[in-house]
Design a protein around this ligand. Sequence first.
Ligand code: FAD
Length: 387
Amino acid sequence: MQEIQRTERVTVVGAGLVGSLLSMYLARRGFQVEVLERRPDMRREAIGAGRSINLAISTRGLHALRQVGLEEEALSHAIPMRGRMIHSATGALAFQAYGKDESQHINSLSRAWLNKSLMTHAEATGRVRIQFKQRVQHLDAERGLLEVLDEESGAVREVRSPVVFGTDGAGSAVRRELVSRPGHVAEQEHLSHGYKELTIPAGPGGAFRMEKHALHIWPRGSYMLIALPNEDGSFTCTLFLPFQGPVSFASLDSPERVVTFFEEHFPDALALIPDLEHDFFHHPTGTMVTVKSAPWHVGGRTLLLGDAAHAIVPFFGQGMNCGFEDCVVLDECLGRHARWEEAFEDFFQLRKPNADAIADMAVENFVEMRDRTADPRFLQEKAVEKV
Ligand code: FAD
C-alpha cells in the first residue's frame, strides 16, 4: 500500500469551490498540488462562475474556511440572512426567523468572489499551481495517468500523478472513469424542475429594494421564486419551475406569457425586475441533479470529493457547505493514517452516510420551501409590515 509522502506531487481536477479549498488544505500538509481546471481563469477573463451567482454559506462551510484562516474575510463580504421573508401572491410579507436571535443566520455570498479568493489564497501558499483551460478527458486510475486536453491549442497530453483528487463537479469526468470499474456505482436523479436566474437591481445609491437580511421566498405550490441579497444592493432571484406542463419553462414561450405569469403570481417581484423578458430568454435554464456514488476512491490513487462524489439539489443550500466539510474531514483522515488507501476509506465511511442524508433532505426541502412556507397559519402568526 502506498505511503503518504508529505512532499509528493498530487493532482486536483477542478478549481471550483471545493477543489480550490482542498488545494489549500493539501498545501498546508506539505504536498505540491497541481490543479487542472477546464475553464479560463475567472480572475482575468470575464466568465460566469457557473451555476448560481450567489449562495448561502452556513456554519459547516464557515468552519472549513476558519481552519485555513479565511472565515473573517469571507464574512466581510457576506450578508447575514436572519430568516425567510415569505411573499404572498397579494404582496403581503411574513418573516420566519431561522433562530431565536439574530446570531442564528445564514450568509449570502458571491460565488465568483469566493472562488477567486480561494484560488488566490491557494496559489499564495507557494505549493499550488493552477493550470487553466486544461480539461481532463480520461483517467487511468491504476497507472495514475490523466489524459488532458489543452482547450486553447487543442493539444492532448498525458499527466502522471500518483494521487488524483476529483473535484470536477456534478458531471465529473473522474467519476465517469471510476464507475466504469466493477464494483463502482453512481445513481443520478434529475429533477423535473429547472431554474432561471433573474436580477433585482439596486435602488438609488446602492439601496436594497427589499429587506436586506432575509432569504426571500415566493412559494407557489409546484413552483417558486427565491431571492438572495448581493453586496452591491442587488438581489439575485432564482425561478424554479417544471420543464414541462401547464405552468413550465415550455409553456412560458413568449415575453407576453412571461409577463402575464409574473403579473399573476409574483406582482411585487415583477415591479422590481426591469429586465425580466431579457433575463428570462437570455439566461440559461439550469438543471438539478442528485448523484449518489460509491465507493468514492480507487485504492489510495483516486478520490472524489464535493459534487463529483455527491451532488445534491440546492434547496437546503448545503452543496458547497457539504463539499467544504469534506475538506476538513479528509484533512483529519490524512492526519490519522500513514497510507493513502486507509485515509481514503476512512473518509468515505465517515462522509457517505452524511452525504446521502443531506441529499434526501435537500429534495424534501423543495416541497417545504415551495409549499409549506406558505401555510396560512404560519403567515398570520408572523405577518410583518410591508418593506
Ligand atoms: P463545482 O463548483 O461544479 O466545480 C467544479 C470545477 O471543476 C469547475 O471549476 C469546472 O470547470 C471544473 N471541471 C469540470 N470538469 C472538468 C474536467 N473534465 N477537467 C478539468 N476541470 C473540470 N451550495 C451551498 O452550499 N449553498 C447554496 O446556497 C447553494 N446554492 C446553489 C444554487 C444553485 C442554483 C445550484 C445549482 C447549486 C447551489 N449550491 C449551493 C451547490 C453548490 O453550487 C455546489 O455544491 C458546489 O458548487 C460544488 O462545488 P464543487 O467544487 O464540488 O463543484
